[in-house]
Design a protein around this ligand. Structure first.
Ligand code: HEC
Length: 225
């Protein structure tokens, strides 16, 4: 048997229907219909309604967040004057200093800068704080021991209560000193990072803490008496 005759032999007989028969079966088929639905279906309507609501809410949200569909809103260029830039820089420095103070100093000198009588001297209204910027920077760099008088009261009478060097960066020392010099009614100029760096290298070989009188002698001009 050849290939062709094998294939045609396998075809089902009904492929050879007469035209008449095809028409007849089509008529039969068109008669088969779905049962007519009683009442109409709610589900599609509910979905259409829900999608409608969704699109409505989304477009309101989009209008709101794009400022009424502005695709390319004009960029507002805020030009700060040099004074404003300077004020902003100082404000940031003080904010940073306040955080450092809370973390590294407030445990002794207290958050209100008033210290604890007999132990930790106050920083509020203290001439040690508002004297030359070098005083406070040196105290933080190396620490302080021995007797000092702050606001008429003597501190450091016991060797057990002294201040150790606070191991923070020059920038942090500048920030925290600037904060302390301008907090609680204090009003002294800022302390620069450069000054702290200079002092750090100038006294790099100094091992022990400062003694109050040493600092007073070093910065005698800036103390009241
Ligand atoms: C462990 C406690 C302690 C910590 C922490 C500490 N201090 Fe002191 N501080 C002292 C003591 C005690 C003295 C007084 C030392 C003395 O009598 O010789 C002092 C003295 C000072 C003085 C000079 C006196 C005065 O009251 O003005 C300054 C300024 C000062 N500290 C600033 C700071 C700053 C800023 C920090 C944080 C970076 C700090 N201290 C962290 C205990 C502390």
């Amino acid at each position: 048997m050849s290939e062709d005759s094998k294939m045609s032999g396998n075809l089902p007989n009904n492929t050879q229907l007469a035209d008449e028969e095809i028409v007849k079966s089509h008529v039969e088929l068109t008669k088969i219909k779905h049962e007519p639905t009683k009442n109409f279906l709610m589900a599609p309507l509910v979905f259409v309604f829900l999608f409608g609501c969704l699109i409505f809410v989304c477009s309101i949200q989009l209008a709101y967040s794009t400022n009424y569909f502005q695709l390319h809103p004009p960029i507002e260029v805020v030009e700060l004057s040099p004074e404003e830039k300077e004020a902003l820089r100082l404000e940031r420095k003080i904010t940073s200093g306040e955080k450092i103070f809370a973390a590294r100093c407030a445990s002794c000198h207290q958050a209100n800068g008033l210290g604890i009588e007999g132990q930790f001297p106050p920083l509020a209204a203290s001439e040690w704080v508002t004297a030359d910027a070098g005083v406070i920077a040196n105290v933080i760099l190396k620490g302080l021991k021995g007797e000092i008088v702050v606001n008429g009261k003597t501190y450091g009478t016991s060797a057990a209560v002294n201040m150790a060097a606070v191991p923070i960066s020059d920038r942090e020392i500048a920030n925290v000193s600037t904060y302390v010099r301008q907090a609680w009614g204090n009003s002294a100029p800022e302390v620069t990072e450069d000054l702290v760096s200079e002092l750090r290298s100038e006294y790099s070989s100094k091992q022990d803490q400062w003694v109050g009188n040493e600092l007073r002698a070093l910065y005698s001009d800036s103390f009241g008496n």
